[in-house]
Ligand binder design. Sequence first.
Ligand code: GLU
Ligand code: ZN
Length: 513
Amino acid sequence: MPGVTLRVRFAPSPTGYFHVGSARTALFNWLVARRAGGTFILRIEDTDAERNREEWVDGILAALAWLGMDADEGPYRQSARTERYRQAVDMLWEAGVLYACDCTRDQVEGRTKAAGVLTPGYDGHCRGRGLARVAGSGEPPRALRFRTPDEGTVAVDDVVRGRVEFPCSAMEDFVAVKANGGPLFVLANVVDDIDMAITHVIRGEDLLPTTPRGILVWQALAAAGWQPEGTPTGVRSADGERAAPDERIPLPVFAHLPMLVNEQRKKLSKRRDPVAVERYRDEGYLPQAFVNYLALLGWSPPVDRELFSVDELVSWFDLADVNHSPAFFDVAKLTHLNGEHVRALSTDAFVEACAPWTKGHLARWRSEDFDPEVFARMAPLVQERVAVLGEVPDMVGFLFTDPVEMDEASWEKAVVGDPQAGELLDAAAAAYRGLEAAGTWTADALHRATEAVAEGAGRKLGKAQAPVRVAVTGRRVGPPLFESMEVLGPRRVLERIGRARARVAGAGGTGTG
Ligand code: GLU
Ligand code: ZN
């Protein structure tokens, strides 16, 4: 289609938290658009007033913004386009493709059972029935059904799955319009894709079974003379040109993306699996790492590494390389990849990325206790040790909370469980006081002094420093101890050792030698 620019859409229904599968679909659409210099459209499919909530719409927008996938057009809202769907229904009705049906499910089941029909679905009972009968009853019909062909097949030429054929004999006359006149998913979806001049429909594999219905609706609208709306108000059209209304409306290219599965190779479940994108953002995954990982769900890069930048991804991505086998959503792998992205940041970028946890809404200390200079000094050491940014507060909390918050399990293990702990704390305090007096309060000097304490106690350094670490940082693990103590300064270090020492004595004076 020369002269026609690529136009793709991401069309989520706002019925819950933003799902990783949706994020993957959005990404692949966005990539195809970026790669081809096309247009990425956001369309909110919010026709189901009962299941849709405005907060889920906000969640979609926030997640897309976080991942850096802003739309070139939209968000369009299906709820604002009901007039357009009504026009389509009228046109299909006039064309004789729709018919009214009042059958209840029980009636249909009763009939098909009596006839010994095994294929589930509607039996075509009301086919050929006129509108008059319905109008005569004074009640609107329960539904308008789409008359599917009796013979032949509908083929979906799918970039990912190849050609998939659906025999018409197995397609029931599906409901296209509800009793209240509202369109069902397929109808609204196709009207929009036509009106928005979508050239590529890229979406989850779960929608493949409804695709032949969409194709039938598409063809019926085209045959009935449907006129694409033209560039909707406010829409930027790349070449400012639209196809003439009487020109045939070409079907889009389809690409159905592989299903995401969990460890048990089962379809990801909203209830069992961690699928909410919001959750990853709040746990401190980096958007570039998340995008990197999402890209690997059904696609692999043309290089022998799995860590790459968004720019590289844009330059490499090709829909034709998408694999059709189910993709394992592996949180451990995502976390590992995130750690690599964290380490790839400059120190400044790392400090910046940590802001929500250090001075934003996720911080666990009072903002006046946070010292950005202290954090900046420790940042390179912390950056080496975390996989997700949500680990940062635990790791540096001791720098910004006084008295230090004691992890009781660490205290039990490293202090209560060590008969020499009191003695070691005394020796360390004495040695550190010496450094303070000498004005040599550096990580190096603290290191050497602690080594001497260890030697005096006949221990390895690691064993000897454990009670000191717990006294000073409140935990058994964390950033390197001597750098931490240098940053904390003598006053706070000695105070904390003193407090720990008093607690040991108070608890019965363990190991005062
Ligand atoms: N609104 C549909 C959904 O969220 C997707 C429609 C489409 O991509 O065609 O499942
Ligand atoms: Zn019927």
